[in-house]
Design a protein around this ligand. Structure first.
Ligand code: SF4
Ligand code: SF4
Length: 368
């Protein structure tokens, strides 16, 4: 694939304007997922920790054909419920799941358990899950994924990451991956390093999947703000302005949300959308970590600031307390025991205006 398309660096968070984008119509409802050649619906489904079978069935009826889950979601419940909901419809969908396994044996074990839970004999995309630094994409893990591909247990292999810039060189130097899934939304997408990383991967034929596309607009804080009803729709349309992104995997809680989101497959991004997203971006400025990974300073206690802020966002902006708590509980014990309230001030500064110490205090009070 020859692309070479780089979105303008302008964005809500940096330039406060999308005028360059506003005239761009959304493209067709389906796009090709890089070198996989798979034709995917631009609005897919992140089924989440507790999928609703009725939402899955309705999504298929509405033309959604891309479904994303993970071995670790709900200790396998997510895959089990998804597998049951897809019974008799498996050949109509593209199914992606992910492994947290770090060794060859753990990855093989996860694959066998995923296939059983999903009630299928193959997945379409098998991701290494949550690989945010180059050293987490080990040669051993890559070899295991390649072998699973040769065995026909997965058609394609990928990497899921929150920090795409950090792992792009590693992914391209390995040269084996077909797909990359990463965080991308109006609230975080304007970071130039993220834009450049996505453009580089796309130019090399990697199929790009965007996750956490609506999280900052679908949440519940600040509490005194009336969230725009069609905020998630506008947020998905914003993501699809980037032609490098083939599909999105928003999590939806009910059929009404789903029916609104799928309109992004055919509707145009408008100046009203731009205004709505800009307003929301400013409302959440002290509260929402944009995952730009540009924090200044180092925590002397070793706090993984962006991870803990992301877990809090699952609750505060995604309305998903279980995912927030499950993620927090996977942190090492010594990290879970850090209390930012014991610090009189924080050594971490956020150029985007996040009130880091107070957000971390809230995360620890809520999730520990
Ligand atoms: S805390 Fe601020 S600087 Fe750090 S990743 Fe989040 S938004 Fe970026
Ligand atoms: S408040 Fe203290 S413990 Fe918490 S991140 Fe800042 S420096 Fe680290």
């Amino acid at each position: 694939m020859k692309a070479g398309i780089v979105l303008p660096a302008a964005g809500i968070a940096s330039a406060h304007s999308f005028s360059a984008f506003a005239k761009t119509p959304s493209s067709a409802a389906y796009r090709v997922l890089g070198k996989t050649g798979l034709k995917v619906s631009t609005v897919g489904s992140g089924v989440g920790i507790e999928p609703d079978p009725q939402v899955i069935a309705r999504a298929i009826d509405l033309g959604v054909n891309y479904f994303d889950t993970a071995r670790g979601y709900g200790n396998g419940d997510s895959e089990r419920i998804t597998g049951a909901a897809l019974k008799g419809k498996r050949n109509r969908v593209i199914l992606a799941t992910k492994t947290d396994g770090r060794t060859r044996d753990a990855i093989f074990k996860d694959m066998d358990e995923s296939l059983k839970a999903l009630n299928t004999d193959y997945v379409d995309i098998w991701h290494l899950h949550s690989r945010d630094t180059p050293d987490t994409i080990t040669d051993e893990a890559v070899e295991a994924c390649e072998l699973l591909k040769k065995q026909g247990k997965t058609r394609f292999i990928g990497v899921s990451t929150h920090d795409v810039h950090a792992v792009t060189d590693r992914i391209l130097s390995i040269g084996k991956f077909d797909v990359v899934q990463t965080t991308y939304s109006y609230a975080i997408g304007s970071a130039p390093l993220r834009q450049q990383a996505i453009a580089r991967l796309y130019a090399e034929g990697i199929g790009m999947v965007a996750m956490k596309v609506i999280i900052a607009v679908a949440g519940f804080i600040p509490r005194d703000v009336n969230l725009p009803k069609e905020g998630p729709l506008a947020a998905i349309k914003w993501v699809l302005l980037n032609p490098a992104i083939s599909t999105t995997v928003p999590y939806v809680k009910n059929i009404a949300e789903l029916e609104m989101n799928v309109r992004a497959m055919n509707e145009t991004y408008t100046p009203q959308d731009e205004k709505m997203l800009y307003t929301r971006s400013e409302e959440i400025r002290p509260l929402y970590c944009r995952m730009c990974y540009e924090c200044k300073g180092i925590c002397p206690k070793g706090m993984p600031v962006t991870d803990e802020l992301r877990f809090l966002a699952y609750n505060d902006f995604g309305g998903d307390f279980h995912q927030a708590q499950e993620s927090f509980r996977r942190l090492p014990k010594e990290i879970r025991e850090i209390r930012c309230s014991d610090c009189s001030s924080c050594t971490i500064q956020c150029p985007n205006g996040v009130d880091v110490r107070n957000r971390l205090i809230r995360a620890q009070e809520l999730l520990a």
